[in-house]
Design a protein around this ligand. Structure first.
Ligand code: NDP
Length: 297
């Protein structure tokens, strides 16, 4: 069997287009546009690059964006103070604090300071709590996990009743993805570094989500024939033939898995592009909360 490739680039592009059209329509109607603030603390080059690409993506779809930056030695109260200013800023609908934060800062307290209605990254403890509790609705769902679910749906895979295995239990990916799958009535197994016989667990999966951060760890013979495989991993591996001396691979050995799976995301071009697309969508959702507060909707 050769799996169908789930084209995250095309799906993300379609979502961005839909967001752009809605932003334009709302601007024409109300003369207002959504606003996103991406807070960066310190000078981590990867974080700087993520913040820049989020800013560019906003510009492309007509969302106003600002990138308040604090030095790496900023205090807890300075960061929380900035978040509170943004909470009160009527032109800002979404606040995203770029993670990871420098080690001396209390991440949970900073994320908890974000207004629930502006928490477009979906990491506020109340939103995460609602996501993992039965019958509760978060105001926002974290972007990468939300993107994974869109990709599974786009592959035409039935989630309800499926056996889903999530490898990885981070707060950013594994835990919320597992919660979302369970909320959609999958039977979910969450695996991690202490899991015994991981290949055997993976072989049970109708839906396998890999969020580990280990290049090509999941082999073709760990995959159930016909399964839907979502590879969240982004890993650099040396490649002297590549222009930059490295290339990106996922957590799944793609060349092997593609022969066994029913549908699979490539790396790059799978989950990666979905994260920013879902962020734009969440910012638009936050803008609707503002329009409701203003009594316009
Ligand atoms: P973390 O390092 O926070 O979590 C990794 C998880 O994998 C942990 O739960 C860990 O277990 C588990 N793990 C590590 N080694 C093994 C092993 N040998 N066997 C089984 N489980 C193992 O990573 P993230 O969740 O933040 O990211 C995972 C990957 O996804 C990375 O490659 C990252 O770059 C990528 N990513 C991609 C995004 C995107 O596409 N936009 C967004 C975010 C992340 P334990 O809990 O026991 O330590």
């Amino acid at each position: 069997m050769t799996a169908s490739i789930i084209d995250g680039t095309a799906i993300a592009e379609r979502i961005r287009q839909e967001v752009a059209e809605e932003v334009a329509a709302l601007k024409a109607k109300y003369g207002l546009v959504p606003g996103l603030a991406t807070v960066l603390v310190g000078e981590n080059p990867a974080s700087q690059a993520y913040v820049r690409s989020k800013g560019r993506a906003c510009e492309e779809v007509g969302i106003f964006s600002t990138k308040p930056t604090l030095p790496g030695d900023a205090t807890q109260s300075e960061v929380e103070g900035l978040v509170r200013e943004l909470n009160d800023d009527p032109n800002i609908d979404g606040i995203l604090v770029q993670l990871p934060l420098p080690g001396h800062l209390d991440e949970e307290a900073i994320l908890g300071a974000i207004s629930l209605h502006k928490d477009v990254d979906g990491f506020h403890p109340v939103n995460i709590g609602r996501l993992v509790m039965k019958g509760r609705e978060p105001l926002f769902v974290p972007c990468t996990p939300a993107g994974c679910i869109v990709l599974i749906d786009e592959a035409g895979t039935e989630i309800a009743g499926a056996d889903a295995v999530v490898v990885g239990r981070s707060n950013i990916v594994g835990i919320p993805v597992a919660g979302l799958l369970r909320n959609r009535d999958a039977t979910v197994t969450v695996c991690h570094s202490r899991t015994r016989d991981l290949p055997e667990k993976c072989r049970r999966a109708d839906i396998l989500v890999a969020a580990i951060g280990r290049p090509q760890m999941i082999r073709g013979d760990w995959i159930k024939p016909g399964a839907t495989v979502i590879d969240v991993g982004i890993n650099r591996v040396e490649d002297p033939t590549a222009p930059r001396g490295y290339r990106l691979v996922g957590d799944v050995a793609f060349d092997e898995a593609v022969e066994v799976a029913g549908a699979i995301t490539p790396v790059p071009g799978g989950v990666g592009p979905m994260t920013i697309a879902m962020l734009l969508k969440n910012t638009l959702t936050a803008f609707h909360y503002r329009l409701r507060r203003l009594g316009l909707e």
